[in-house]
Design a protein around this ligand. Structure first.
Ligand SMILES: NC(=O)c1ccc[n+]([C@@H]2O[C@H](COP(=O)([O-])OP(=O)(O)OC[C@H]3O[C@@H](n4cnc5c(N)ncnc54)[C@H](OP(=O)(O)O)[C@@H]3O)[C@@H](O)[C@H]2O)c1
Length: 275
């Protein structure tokens, strides 16, 4: 398929992850990042990515695919910039939490719209990304899916799944890192060197996930039971986790993230002003 022009609106954390991944994509003719301030300069962007930054919204007129990577509170402004400057044939791909396709459609009645929820692992092509498509021509859909596929595994889902997916998989790297951080801190209190503890903890999480992926039909509990011997160390650890209500804490934390995604959508509904 012919390479196309892609513009990312926003120059924050996710724009950095997406831009870094797409920088050398053969599917993208030109990659541009529309910023509104120079805050990204303090965030260690490499020179090549920085060179793609522009402050001129007229760049949107050149785009075939526009990626909205702004906070929900800024969605309305970004959508109106697209309405003002972009061609109706440009496809809009949003990564914004909580903003529905219907809300985007109220500002962009003619554009193809793809609502997605990737995560920060996009930067190394290891995101798990849900997406829902609305009003996109088959040829544009194929192109957008290929570009999305460069971020990692992408799966088409009903739009109603995207709020829970935001909580589970968009925010997911944060709680995985929280968990790994707890392991490293404890390792240090037990006398391990912190750099070595960090390497070991990160590799253990990758190794465990890869092992589970090799046996998709095996229940995680059955795999876990291979680590547990009666009266052993693992059993002692699991006993503390379960009696401390770890499963309830995880459920509450994930549901809090899910509720926040819904709340952001409601707040944004009030903020997004139709054309
Ligand atoms: N971070 C993640 O891991 C993650 C994962 C999945 C989805 N998301 C979603 O991705 C979106 C961005 O998240 P983030 O973490 O990247 O936020 P962030 O770091 O705060 O970045 C948002 C960026 O948008 C810029 N911006 C806002 N309005 C703009 C406009 N009209 N034109 C140009 N730039 C504009 C901001 O510029 P200034 O800084 O100059 O104000 C900032 O650079 C959010 O909706 C979030 O829900 C994030």
């Amino acid at each position: 398929m012919k390479p196309m022009n892609l513009v990312i609106i926003g120059s924050g954390n996710l724009a950095h992850a997406l831009g870094s991944r797409w920088l050398h994509s053969e599917r993208i003719a030109t990659l541009s990042i529309l910023a509104r301030s120079q805050k990204f300069l303090s965030q260690n962007w490499d020179a090549d990515l920085q060179s793609r930054v522009t402050y001129d919204p007229k760049i949107l007129s050149t785009a075939h695919l526009i990626v909205l990577a702004v906070k929900p509170k800024d969605a309305s402004t970004a959508l109106h910039q697209v309405a003002e400057h972009a061609s109706d044939s440009a496809v809009v791909l949003s990564v914004i939490a909580g903003i529905s396709i219907a809300q985007m459609r109220s500002v962009l009645p003619k554009s193809g719209i793809i609502r997605t929820m990737p995560n920060i692992c996009s930067e190394i092509g290891r995101s798990v990304t849900g997406y829902s498509v609305n009003g996109v021509l088959p040829v544009d859909r194929e192109y957008a899916c290929q570009v999305l596929g460069e971020l990692g595994d992408a799966v088409e889902t009903p739009e109603s799944w995207l709020d829970p997916m935001t909580a589970l998989f968009g925010s997911g790297p944060a709680y995985v890192l929280e968990f790994i951080g707890n392991i490293i801190n404890t390792a240090v209190t037990l006398g391990l060197d912190s750099d070595i503890a960090r390497q070991l903890a990160l590799r253990m999480v990758v190794g465990t996930s890869e092992l589970a992926l090799t046996e998709p039909a095996l229940a995680l509990g059955d795999l876990q039971s291979r680590v547990v011997s009666p009266g052993g160390t693992t059993e002692a650890m699991l006993h503390v986790l379960h009696t401390s209500r770890w499963p309830d804490i995880m459920e509450s934390a994930l549901k809090a993230a899910g509720s926040r995604a819904v709340q952001l959508g409601r707040e944004a509904a009030a903020a997004v002003k139709p054309q």
